[in-house]
Structures are given as C-alpha cells and as structure tokens.
Unconditional design. Sequence first.
Length: 360
Amino acid sequence: MINIIFDSSIFFQDRKFISSGFKQIKVLGKKGLISIHIPKYVQEECISKNEIEIAQELDSIVNNLNKIHLKGLDDEEILMVDSIVSELAELESAIQKSVKSNWEKFVNESNAKVHGLNEISIEKITIDYFNGNPPFKNRKSRKDFPDAFIFQSIRAIISTYENCVFISKDVAFRETVKSTFSIECFESLRSFIASGMYKPIKEIYEKELKLESEKESLANLKQLILEETNKYILNQFNYFQIEDELLLSDDKIGTIQGVSEIISNDFSVADVIFIEDIAYLNCDMFAKVLVDFYLNKNEYLMLDTSRQNEISISDWNKYVFWAEEKFDVELILEVSIKRKNLNVSDFIIEHIGVKEAILI
C-alpha cells in the first residue's frame, strides 16, 4: 500500500477538498487502497491560515459597513447596518467552526491519519536549529521552524510505514525531504496521479467508479425491481415447501400455497454484490401466506377454540387432517440482473427466486 504524506502547500491549493485529485484519494483512502498521512502541524497550519484570512475579510467588511454611518443615513437605516454588523460577528464564530468541521469531514471521509506532535522529537528540532541541519538552510534560521516540525513528522511516519511518498509544492523543501529520506516526492496531486506508482491504484479506482455508477443505476431502478419481484411473488410463487417450528405438523413441514398480500418489500443497494457480469441482490419481503400441512387429529382436538378457528381442516385419513392456516412470513428473494441491463431502456431481470421463508 502507498502511504501519502501531505505538505500544507497542497491543501492550500484546494481548501474545500473538491478537486478531482482529492475526490480520488478520499475514495481510495476510505476503501483502504491507499493510506493518507497528515502531520498535525500541517493540519493546524491550514486551519489557522483559513481562520485568519476569514477574520481579516470579515473585519474589512465590518469596517466598510461602519463607514456607511458617515454617508448621511437615517436612523432606521443606521440601525439596520448595526444589525448586520452584529450578525457578522456571530457569523465569524460559526465560520471558524465550519473550517474545523470541513477538516474533520475530510479526515473521516478519507480515513486519514493525523500524526500528533507527540510523535516528533523537539530535542532533534532544537539540535538541527543550532547546527543548521536539514531542513534549516542556515544555523538558527527561525523561518524554517514550520518545515522542521513537518520534517520530523515525516521522519516518524517513514520509520513506521513503508512505501511512502511526499507531496509538496515547495520545491526546496521537497528536494530536502527527497535527498534526506530517499522517498519519492511529487509537486502536486496531479503529478502523483499521472505517475507509474499510481497506475495500478488508478485501475482499482476506475473499477470503483464503475461500481458506484452501477449502484446508482440500481438505486434508480429500485422501484422497477420491487415491482417485478412483487409480480413474481403474487403470480408465480406457490407450492414452496417450508420447515418451521410454528407449524403444527409433527415434522414441522408444510407447503406455502401462495401469497395473498404483500405487506412490504425492500433491498439495500449497498449490499448488492457484483460477480463478473451479474449483479446479485436480496429482497426482504413481508407477506401473508396460506400454508398447507398434515395435522394430527388428536393434537387438533387439544388446541384451544380460537386456534382451531384459525385452521381449515379436511379429512386425510383416520389419523390426520389436511390443514390450512394463514401466516405472516418473511421471504428472502434472490434477484440477479446482468450488468449490461442496469438501465431503464434495457432493464430486464435475469432471475428471481425465493431463498428462504420464515413464518412470523
């Protein structure tokens, strides 16, 4: 598995994580096909930069609104402006929370690992600072402190994970990381995605995209699928042998003669399985059925009157009745559809069958 380490500069390019590259790695990360690593310093640097810039822009808006008082407004309009300024102050707090929430969402959706400052050596950073070791360009170069925290985080990550790559727009820092740790480095997500390293992952990603597209098609066809399975159950499903503890026959075996009413029917698109050119799904249906079974006459006579009234009987021989009783049942239906038929114009179900029937 490829372990991708990100620099702040990559997140600055797409702060909403909506580019094609970020969409791909979110899907691949969630599915465990790649692993995304974010130094805590990188995350905090990105969040703070967004918060500071938002605060500056809102302050600018508020300052401009406050100057409107000097433009000869009536008292009523001045109060309206003051109200807007007050709302903006509340909005700033909500926006700051939104920035953090946006990051939390990305981390969760991509299954990314955020590496805390406790994983790095502050002592090592201090020694490097005084000695001018990478990533410090000179001894006591304070401007390189941000890179130093990220640099040490990279050191900690590659000591634990194999097959690591680093992505950074910062040319000098990228080259320092490459020469120090001997790992593959890329200037952007786009260049990484275009590389040979990504090719086998891309093939998997494209298969996942196709799968998601087919599941979306299934979701669009859901009503049609349910209608077809309902028709099958009402018109073709009968003489189905069942073994169930609720039956009064000695061997607990009976025969479902047919379905008189469908109560509900559903399936989960998320649970659909694709094997080669076929999509397989299970419908979970609840219905009312009539079940035939052999019933010992002595056992029938021992039933209370209310239960006897629920059972229709006819003589089979001197020992048993041929009995019929109504039940609610849960039916598990197996449905298969060719992948090429997962569209409205070509829709056709390959097979419908009852996998299991459970009396309720």
